[in-house]
Design a protein around this ligand. Sequence first.
Ligand SMILES: [Zn+2]
Length: 98
Amino acid sequence: MNPYTTLGSGLDTHEAKALGARLSSWHDAMVAHERRLRTAATRDGCDDECPHAEARTLWSEAVATFGARAQELIFLRSRAQDTHGARNRGPRRGSGHI
Ligand SMILES: [Zn+2]
């Protein structure tokens, strides 16, 4: 099951289908990217081209296109809201406040 193409086909518009396809290829890229980050000896974070940067763009497109149903895309949502990256290293972020 692919939640991205399922959401896209449920709406039956060209835009939603195209976004669904983009989201599912993003998902594969993100999974591979996270695997690489986990196994890399150095964890220097990500460059600007990594799927983390794309997550935020895709998330706002998903919200605009799918509306409330975008909330079903938990993987995308969590990555879009994750501020992980080279520029955010340092002390642990506290939970609950920004
Ligand atoms: Zn990244």
